[in-house]
Design a protein around this ligand. Structure first.
Ligand code: GDP
Length: 454
């Protein structure tokens, strides 16, 4: 892949639609504009023009936007063509564009990658664009916008600035040892060091909270056949998608739906009932269910209150524990309380929450929703200052570990070269977040998950 190629991609979804947008970026763009439009449009104005093929025949008419470098999204010459949204028209235009040498279809995220390479965006901002497109909730979208505006980078850059100042003090002490280096100097270093550590912790906490918005949590509903799993699934997602019958063993495929409880994105998964079965298809379904359990964040263990006594619930919990990791949350649902005439409530069973509800009447479902909301969202802010990804959290965690290690060297100036090395590593980790320090591999990994045309 070469950055010198000119790239083109459809920026709108492929298929029939009112408008289709083609985006072209690179050195050949000007030449392409002359071929396709017969002239260079007025920069940064909406120009209503005819779109021609290479023989000068009109293919379509639409809006052309011309952004000469460096004042464009990618920093290169960019042309946007907004034509009619038919597949054939778009393909004819693409064919004409691709017939020129050094022009090719863009890879996923390649426009953003070029914007990053040309210093139009830093890495957190480029990632925020993709997160904004993929946002599952209003909160996630708003937080992504904040990142896109540079809130996250600003926090990191401020921290890096403090770090650089501290490194200057320490390294000048190593280079020009001062006879009179004293207690006050060490005290100042320790104070600035601690302030960086506290700051980093604060950013990590915020990043951790915001990353929850990005990564939807998986809630897997399990239980014996006929306990009411599918009815609860339908109730949570708000419409009927799972088949509800009183014939045990009907759900064999995994059903997956996305819901949003007060802005928190959740993926709800309904599974086949867990029981010993000789039926081949049901057995496959049960295996699928066990696989989903391993990937879950929260398990809803549904128990039929009309047939299950408490010792059964405890037994099921013990069996379940064999399949799950220690820190996985389990919520036990005692369903069908409309039949047993119990009241909806939330209590504890073996330290697990036990919620009494009726999926049939809906009584107690709010208890479940509120419990989910409280236990999934670490902070109840409607939006975060920024949106963090797993890789940001990892970099922050590593940076913190280096800082903690470095703390051992503060009190003794003869170990300041070791301290300086730890601080260099801290800075390297922070620079990975904003992209000031990256490898081609990392960039490839990040941008390949973006959509084409972005
Ligand atoms: P699954 O096999 O665990 O998915 O169970 P279903 O959701 O298919 O429900 C099995 C049967 O129990 C169906 O006839 C449902 O209508 C019924 N059912 C589910 N939840 C309740 C409930 O809370 N109260 C009553 N009375 N019936 C329920």
């Amino acid at each position: 892949m070469s950055i010198t190629d000119t790239i083109v991609a459809q920026a709108t979804p492929i298929g029939r639609g009112g408008i289709s947008i083609l985006r072209i970026s690179g050195t050949e763009t000007k030449k392409l504009a002359l071929i396709l439009l017969g002239k260079l449009p007025k920069p940064r104005y909406a120009n209503y023009l005819s779109f021609f093929d290479i023989n000068g025949k009109i293919l379509d008419k639409g809006i052309a936007l011309w952004f000469p470098a460096p004042n464009s999204f990618t920093g290169e010459d960019v042309l946007e063509l907004q034509g009619h949204g038919g597949l054939v028209i778009v393909n004819l235009l693409l064919k004409c564009i691709l017939s020129q040498s050094n022009v090719r279809i863009a890879h996923p995220g390649e426009f953003c990658k070029r914007a990053f390479i040309n210093n139009k965006l830093d890495l957190t901002q480029a990632e925020a664009i993709s997160d904004l497109i993929d946002a599952h909730s209003e909160q996630a979208a708003k937080s992504a916008i904040n990142s896109l505006q540079g809130n996250f980078s600003t926090l990191i850059n401020k921290l890096v600035k403090k770090l650089i100042n501290l490194r200057i003090d320490i390294e000048s002490e190593i280079d020009f040892p001062n006879e009179k280096t004293n207690f006050l100097f060490i005290k100042k270093i320790a104070m600035n060091y601690n302030s960086i550590l506290i700051n980093l912790d604060k950013i990590y906490y915020e990043a951790n909270c915001s990353s929850i918005l990005r990564e939807e949590k998986k809630i897997v509903i399990i239980g014996k056949p006929n306990s009411g799993k599918s009815t609860i699934f339908n109730l949570l997602i708000g419409y009927n998608t799972a088949i509800v019958t009183d014939i045990p063993g009907t759900t064999r495929d995994i059903l997956r739906e996305y819901i949003n409880i007060d802005g928190i994105p959740l993926c709800i998964i309904d599974t086949a009932g867990l029981r010993k079965s000789n039926n081949k298809i049901e057995k496959i379904g049960i295996n699928y269910a066990l696989n989903e359990i391993k990937k879950a964040n929260i398990i809803l263990l549904v128990i039929d209150s009309t047939t299950t006594i408490f010792t059964d619930s405890t037994k099921m919990l013990l069996t379940l524990k064999k399949y799950i990791s220690k820190d996985l949350s389990i919520i036990i649902i005692r369903n069908k309380i409309d039949i047993t005439h119990e009241t909806s409530k939330i209590v504890k069973l073996n330290n697990y929450p036990l919620i009494y509800l009726s999926a049939y009447t809906g009584e107690g479902i709010d208890l479940l929703k509120n419990y989910l909301k409280k236990n999934i969202n670490l902070n109840n802010n409607t939006e975060n200052n920024f949106l963090a990804r797993q890789r940001h959290l990892e970099a922050l965690k590593k940076a913190k570990n280096y800082l903690i290690k470095g703390k051992n060297y503060i009190q003794n100036i003869y170990t300041y070269d070791l301290l300086a090395e730890e601080l260099r590593l801290v800075q390297q980790e922070l620079n990975k977040i904003t992209g000031n320090f990256t490898s081609d591999n990392l960039l490839e990994r990040i941008f390949s998950t973006f959509c084409i045309g972005k």
